[in-house]
Write a protein that binds this ligand. Structure first.
Ligand SMILES: *[C@@H]1O[C@H](CO)[C@@H](O)[C@H](O)[C@H]1NC(C)=O
Ligand SMILES: *[C@@H]1O[C@H](CO)[C@@H](O)[C@H](O)[C@H]1NC(C)=O
Ligand SMILES: *[C@@H]1O[C@H](CO)[C@@H](O)[C@H](O)[C@H]1NC(C)=O
Ligand SMILES: *[C@@H]1O[C@H](CO)[C@@H](O)[C@H](O)[C@H]1NC(C)=O
Length: 432
């Protein structure tokens, strides 16, 4: 499916009601508005067979999003010198930005409350950088910015976790009857038709071609990558205006990586090389492609840093803990605490993303802030192999707790808040 075919331009007539009403309002007209709106509705409903409800909702939406008098665009400027990754978590009763049960496309995998998590304190933390404030996520502002753009998250299930959060944050400004989600092979698409925009996820856990690229059934025990080839995936990234990459957890299985031999005919012909060497080769392949294939004038490219795991409660000195299960507090004092994040990969990613020449890539550092969030994982309030955990499985967190993925709403909303701030404040790439 091509991106363009998603968006047939809406018929001009369906804009009429909202536009007329909007222009009357701007000119200070009062009485005629109702008459015009009602007659245009009836006319359009009769002429074009549009169902009245969706037409009303549609005009309401345009009015609300674009002309609403009470809407004051928030200040999104962030000083160039402010390091957004250095800060503290602050308890804030006004969070979360949306309710879990209000997000209709949220997957069961991350709907922790629905899956029985008994408390929701993990939803109430706001990230406060040391030197500035992080702008609140302003969905209307983001929507205006996204007009005519295709935003694409590319990576593994953690990036899908973040994409789901982005869809939840954005769906609030799309009227209920006009929300949809399309699954198309390796892609999941949240189209916002009236804005000719879309927010998409593309499954490519190693970014480059691998034997684990099937969108379903990809949990292959022997994972093999082709570190020098990205075309197979990249053809689907062409035309994206915003690209948000990640790749980390799939690298953590084995310190050795199986890589395809140059000129190999099938996946059986492979060698083993060190994880770091393979990771660097992969990132160079991907960001060389980015640098050479994207238009620097119209593209915004981001790389999300390592999302940490919380697999051993002894890491934060809790001898009674079992992985991240039952953790409801943050790690407040990180001095001497190591949760096992592979910081060599972090450093490589920062270096390679910082080395493009034509297309700047912004490295968004979520690692340190996320390391403190042992409370924010899905733990046993999730599903495995397509099924919710049974009570017996929930009672066995040592085996079944998922301390990789994150509840939504939750931590991934903060990652998107950082992404939002970087996009709208248009800071130059941070030197390092
Ligand atoms: C805070 O800002 C000042 C000046 O704007 C800068 O010198 C300093 O390095 C910044 N500190 C942090 C932690 O971002
Ligand atoms: C893979 O290639 C090797 C060498 O060319 C060949 O011996 C083997 O039969 C191939 N395996 C498959 C599954 O095609
Ligand atoms: C980008 O913008 C510059 C300056 O406006 C222009 O010279 C250049 O041709 C543009 N590049 C592309 C690929 O459109
Ligand atoms: C943090 O932990 C370190 C090492 O355990 C300790 O020396 C330090 O006093 C603690 N800091 C605070 C603020 O509690």
């Amino acid at each position: 499916m091509s991106w363009k075919s998603l968006f047939r331009p809406p018929p001009e007539s369906s804009f009429a009601a909202a536009n007329l009403a909007g222009s009357y309002l701007r000119k200070g007209g009062k009485l005629p508005v109702l008459v015009v709106v009602v007659s245009v509705f009836i006319f359009a409903a009769v002429m074009y067979g549009e169902d009245m409800r969706s037409l009303a909702e549609y005009s309401w939406w345009r009015y609300k999003a674009v002309y609403a008098a009470d809407y004051i665009p928030s200040d999104v400027s962030v000083p160039e010198t402010c390091d957004l990754s250095d800060g503290d978590w602050v308890f804030d009763e006004s969070y979360p930005p949306y309710r879990e049960d209000s997000c209709e496309f949220l997957s069961k995998q991350v709907s922790c409350l629905q899956n029985g998590r008994p408390e929701s304190k993990y939803q109430k933390w706001r990230w406060q950088p040391k030197n500035c404030s992080l702008p609140r996520f302003d969905a209307r502002r983001m929507l205006e910015w996204l007009r005519g753009k295709r935003m694409l998250f590319v990576g593994d299930s953690i990036n899908r976790n973040q994409w789901e959060s982005m869809v939840c944050l954005m769906q609030m400004v799309v009227p209920r009857g006009r929300r949809s989600r399309i699954v198309d092979g390796s892609r999941m698409i949240f189209p916002i038709k009236e804005y000719r925009a879309s927010i998409e996820f593309y499954w490519a856990p190693f970014l480059v071609e691998s034997n684990s690229d099937a969108p379903e059934f990809h949990s292959i025990p022997v994972r093999i990558i082709n570190p020098d080839t990205v075309e197979k995936h990249a053809v689907h990234w062409k035309g994206a205006d915003v690209l948000v990459f990640n790749s980390y957890i799939w690298w953590m299985n084995d310190p050795q990586m199986k890589v395809l031999r140059p000129g190999a005919k099938n996946w059986t012909e492979h060698d083993e090389i060190g994880r770091e060497e393979a990771y660097e080769r992969v990132l160079r392949t991907v960001f060389d492609w980015v640098d050479q294939s994207l238009n620097p004038n119209t593209s915004s490219v981001f790389f999300m840093s390592m999302s940490p795991l919380h697999g051993s409660a002894m890491d934060w000195g809790n001898p009674d803990g079992i992985k991240c299960a039952k953790e409801t507090e943050l790690i407040w004092n990180m001095t001497g605490v190591q949760v096992g994040t592979e910081m060599n990969l972090w450093a490589l990613a920062r270096e390679v993303t910082g080395s493009t020449v034509h297309v700047p890539v912004t490295f968004i550092d979520i690692t340190a802030m996320s390391e403190r969030r042992k409370d924010a994982h899905t733990s046993v309030y999730t599903m495995q192999q397509g099924k919710l955990l049974t009570p017996e499985q929930k009672a066995n967190p040592a085996k079944f707790a998922d301390c990789l993925h994150w509840c939504v709403p939750g931590l991934p909303d903060t990652w998107n808040q950082l992404l939002f701030a970087e996009i709208l404040s248009r800071r130059p790439r941070q030197p390092h």
